[in-house]
Write a protein that binds this ligand. Structure first.
Ligand SMILES: O=C(O)CCC(=O)C(=O)O
Ligand SMILES: [Fe+2]
Length: 347
């Protein structure tokens, strides 16, 4: 990603002007707000989530969980078997799911969409280890992962402060104007698919981000090109929320009705210790048309990983071994074993 990062335009001045918000997001492909969410609520959510992360063994014992000091020897990420237990422990927190319904977020999304909206049932937290930059979320458009419709909005917010070196999200303003899903290729990192933006002709591939503080929030539609900055700290975990919102009555892809895959949980397990029923299965009362997940993008990425692995590509080999260990009975694992056997590489 880019060497030089420019500062986001801050849109707090337009908070009460829906038409201006709509104009800006249509033009620039993102909106960024300082302290759109209550920093104290965010810090309290951080305390709860980091406490669970410490219980999972990913923070150094005898440190304040709020500081997010990682046990670097525990590095793991989405797609690793080791990630599931810790992430699942965090994913069961009622407070984490409630955050998707905080009115400061939902009223803002309604204003931007100009229609009543709702959060996708599938909410997502990202827990990013330091010194693990190979696994940084690659450059992508959200549509390949979440699908449904192009107007779906992502709301990304750090849970606590997130200075540049901790690896927050960055966007290419105006990139959504390509108006289509670009070719995505095999990559490591969340989602495992990336777009090459070098030499792009349809937009200027300049990156924008910021030193995020608790409560700051970035909102963008499904075609905006974005990616995470690497977590360059020595020992700090990056913790963030990325929740998605669709207009009531719009199309949603079926997998977004399930808990986030890396948690390894179903809803009954997620809800096990909740105190309130208010947000359990809240979407069942809403009549959104549902479309089946289209696995074409993912399948193409995996086919590329197989090809690259044949040629000895290190990250592709890593990807194949990860599939074999995390999902040994899958067809992908079978193909991965065949390729490794073919080139005489250990599984
Ligand atoms: O936080 C990350 O690393 C990935 C987030 C992302 O891609 C998103 O919010 O759409
Ligand atoms: Fe994304």
């Amino acid at each position: 990603m880019a060497q030089e990062i420019r500062e986001f335009r801050v849109s707090n001045d337009a908070i009460d002007e829906p038409a201006e918000l709509q104009r800006r997001i249509a033009d620039e492909g993102y909106l960024f707000f300082r302290r759109m969410q209550d920093p104290d609520k965010m810090r309290e959510l951080r305390r709860l989530m980091m406490t669970r992360i410490q219980e999972a063994g990913w923070l150094l014992p005898d440190t304040d969980p709020v500081d997010g000091i990682a046990d670097v020897s525990k590095q793991c990420t989405e797609g690793h078997q080791a990630y599931t237990a810790g992430y699942g422990h965090v994913y069961k927190l009622e407070a984490f799911h409630r955050a998707a319904h905080w009115p400061e977020v939902t009223t803002m999304i309604d204003k931007i969409m100009g229609r009543p909206s709702m959060p996708h049932p599938q909410q997502i937290a990202r827990i990013w280890f330091p010194q693990y930059t190979e696994h940084t979320t690659p450059i992508h458009q959200d549509f390949v992962h979440f699908q449904g419709n192009f107007e779906t909005l992502t709301s990304w917010a750090p849970i606590g402060d997130c200075p540049i070196e901790l690896g927050g999200l960055a966007v290419i303003p105006g990139s959504h104007k390509v108006g289509r899903v670009l070719d995505h290729h095999f990559s490591l990192g969340a989602g495992g698919l990336s777009v090459n933006v070098e030499g792009a002709e349809e937009f200027d591939p300049t990156w924008y981000s910021t030193d995020y503080e608790a409560g700051d929030t970035l909102i963008f539609p499904a075609l905006t090109i974005h990616g995470a900055l690497p977590n360059e700290t020595d020992d700090k975990l990056r913790l963030s929320l990325d929740n998605r919102y669709l207009a009531v009555g719009d199309l949603i892809a079926d997998h977004m009705l399930d808990p986030h895959g890396p948690s390894g949980l179903n809803w009954e397990q997620v809800y096990e210790d909740w105190e309130s029923d208010q947000y359990k299965y809240y979407w069942k009362d809403v009549d959104n048309p549902v479309v089946a997940f289209d696995s074409t993008y993912r399948d193409r990425g995996f086919a590329e990983a197989l090809e690259l692995a044949r040629a000895g590509h290190e990250q592709a080999l890593y990807r194949l071994r990860r599939t074999i260990s995390s999902d040994p009975d899958s067809e992908d694992a079978q193909s991965a074993r065949e390729v490794l056997a073919e080139i005489g590489a250990p599984a």
